[in-house]
Design a protein around this ligand. Structure first.
Ligand code: GLU
Length: 284
């Protein structure tokens, strides 16, 4: 396996924001590192969440990237337009008998698990596995995790910061492969699109490191190649909290409005420097 350094400029890489809010400094860091890793750099707009995505946030992504001086190759890939590929992948999982329909709501799952609904949803207790019900009601497709893992055996992936990692997708339980409202899921859509786009290096924040366990499993099940990963450190705001799309003063639009030069910021980020008041999260 070839190990890419994040800055060797040889990879096919991408930036894949969701237009559900304004980008913040952490997104800029992902985009700048991914751009620096790539000889070919692609932009994908992850807009499968029809209820939360807004066209004005797509425009803001383009504006922010132009301001940073981060250019991309070819037209942006619009994830919602890749539905046929997502459907084909789901059909393959269905043909393998590895997904099942699920009508449970979040509240059902929390109640079945006897846990309060918190930040971390409880693992799905398998209520709908092998259950028959009226398909007129909306349903999601869930991956039968134990069967999926048994089919492909032990898996690994490589992260340029952490090293070789054994995939442990079982931490997600029977994860949703296709949402009730979207016909796909972040995990399935991102995995299928990354392969279709020929991505060889994925640069994104450490908050998505655990998602890679599921992506690695889907790659194995769907016969897709495994990119090299670089899950970068997250950025904390002045309050010591991780940035969120709603963190005031941390959006790229805020920084631009306060007179920051986007290209200079991109150069600093690339060299590991952050604007005053921001710091890297020491915790992995
Ligand atoms: N769309 C995801 C986000 O905005 C990123 C997905 C990825 O890089 O795989 O957090």
């Amino acid at each position: 396996m070839t190990a890419f350094s994040p800055f060797d400029g040889q990879a096919v890489s991408r930036f894949a924001p969701s237009p559900t809010g304004l980008l913040h400094l952490g997104h800029a860091y992902s985009a700048v590192l991914a751009r620096g890793a790539a000889s070919r750099f692609l932009l994908r707009i992850e807009d499968i969440d029809g209820g939360r995505c807004r066209p004005e946030f797509v425009t803001a992504i383009f504006d922010d990237l132009h301001w940073l001086g981060v250019d991309w190759d070819g037209p942006p890939v619009i994830q919602s337009e890749q539905a046929a590929a997502h459907d084909a992948a789901l059909a393959k999982l269905r043909d393998m008998g590895l997904v099942y329909r699920c009508i449970c709501t979040r509240a059902d799952i929390a109640a079945a698990a006897g846990a309060p609904q918190g930040e971390q949803p409880p693992l799905y207790p398998g209520t709908c596995r092998g259950r028959s019900f009226d398909f007129a009601q909306p349903f999601a497709w869930r991956l039968d995790m134990a069967q999926a893992i048994a089919r492909v055996g032990p898996l690994h992936w490589h992260d340029t910061l952490v090293g070789d990692i054994r995939a442990t997708p079982e931490i997600f339980g029977d994860v949703v492969a296709a949402r009730k409202d979207a016909g796909t899921s972040y995990h399935l859509a991102a995995t299928v699109d990354d392969a279709a786009m020929g991505i060889t290096k994925i640069v994104r924040g450490q908050d998505l490191l655990t998602a890679t366990h599921v992506h690695r499993l889907l790659q194995a099940l769907l016969d897709l190649p495994t990119p090299i990963y670089h899950h970068h450190r997250l950025i904390l705001g002045a309050d010591g909290k991780r940035l969120a799309k709603r963190t005031s003063g941390a959006t790229l639009a805020d920084l631009r409005a306060s007179g920051v030069d986007g290209r200079a910021l991109a150069a600093d980020l690339r060299a590991g420097g952050l604007p005053h008041g921001f710091s890297f999260d020491p915790k992995p």
